[in-house]
Design a protein around this ligand. Structure first.
Ligand code: OGA
Ligand code: MN
Length: 348
């Protein structure tokens, strides 16, 4: 009997059991069934996927920090049509920009975050500025209170997801960040979606003991549009199940820079994140080389030959804070199209 069969024997459904199995601390679970796309091996259910690289212009990919699309390593999973896993398509030196956006820029107003729910507008005005001191001083004595950044759990963008009603609405909308829109559209183009419109974003911030329960993302009104997911920082075990809550899931690692696309028949599958794991050093450290914000004169010549990038350099001070945060945390960004072309919210 395989180890999984042994786990699945009790009364609970297969998804719940595997969720608990991977969440368990003592004793730690056996991770040997977790698919690792970073190993470039197409064994078991993993199949290499041919994307549509000519749809993505190299210069456009470069501007948002991506490798040319012909170099993206994309995989599918047997039995999950429409599911695409792109193993870290980011160029070296570009993840720091996106991490800084997730920690410093996107939590700012007019975007919405969990801290707004029980704090005044004035107190959540500048989460970053109010947190940098404690996060950049490793030698501070044990702090009484966690910084705002450490208490940040989610941020919503564009059409703001309502966690209570599980609805989006026309009334609760602010502009979707244009840099994240461009990044998402390049990924969508490579996956064959030429008219994807990023309209809503949910950022989840995970500590090492966080998890995300079993769910389906079905609040968007047009399910023919893909859902994109970007990961930064520490790694995670992701469980991808079926159309029924109890269907047994497939477990896979998500590492920093990985991108996942749920589309077609995989758009409405149950999924969950039972566990955050320390990133393997070889997969995180090289990605966190921040390109210098100011370049010494002798290197400037070389830099001028590189194509223009939209990624504003990350200052050394900002990067020190991001680095400290990301060393124990994970950030996930999901980007969604809520309405189909010409569609509007139903009258209530
Ligand atoms: C979500 C989600 C998965 C992740 O935000 O809906 O499923 O990897 N996130 O954090
Ligand atoms: Mn989800």
């Amino acid at each position: 009997m395989s180890k999984m069969a042994a786990v699945v024997e009790s009364g609970e459904d297969a998804f719940k059991q595997l969720f608990k199995f991977y969440k368990r601390r003592k004793p730690p679970p056996d991770f040997s069934d977790v698919i690792d796309f970073s190993e470039h091996r197409c064994t078991g259910k993993v199949v290499p996927l041919k994307l549509n690289p000519s749809a993505v212009c190299d210069a456009a990919a470069y501007r948002v920090g991506l490798h040319p699309a012909r170099d993206w390593r994309a995989y599918g999973l047997q039995g999950y049509p429409g599911f695409v896993f792109i193993s870290n398509p980011f160029r070296k030196g570009s993840q720091p920009f996106w991490i800084r956006q997730c920690l410093k820029t996107y939590p700012q107003k007019p975007n919405v975050c969990n801290l707004d729910m029980h704090m005044s507008l004035c107190d959540t005005q500048d989460i970053w500025q109010r947190s940098v001191h404690s996060l950049s001083s490793p030698s501070l004595p044990r702090r009484q209170e966690k910084s705002l950044l450490e208490r940040l759990r989610w941020v919503t963008l564009g059409y703001h997801y309502n966690w209570d009603t599980k609805l989006y609405s026309a009334e609760h909308h602010t502009p979707f960040p244009s840099d994240l829109e461009t990044l998402s559209q390049q990924i969508a183009l490579g996956c064959g979606f030429s008219d994807f419109e990023p309209q809503a974003g949910i950022l989840n911030y995970y500590r090492s003991d966080s998890s995300l329960g079993i769910h389906v993302d079905e609040s968007e009104l047009d399910h023919s549009r893909p859902l994109l997911s970007f990961c930064f920082g520490q790694s995670a075990v992701f469980l991808l199940g079926g159309t029924q809550r109890q269907d047994p899931p497939t477990a896979m690692y998500m590492h920093s820079g990985d991108v996942m696309v749920m589309s077609g028949q995989s758009r409405l599958l149950y999924h969950a994140v039972p566990r955050i794991l320390p990133a393997p050093p070889a997969l995180l450290s090289p990605e966190l080389q921040n390109l210098p914000a100011s370049t010494p004169p002798e290197q400037q010549q070389q830099q001028q030959q590189a194509p223009p990038s939209e990624l504003e350099p990350v200052s050394e001070q900002d990067w020190a804070v991001c680095l400290r945060y990301i060393q124990s945390s994970r950030i996930n960004v999901t980007v969604r199209q809520v309405l189909g072309a010409g569609q509007s919210f139903p009258q209530r």
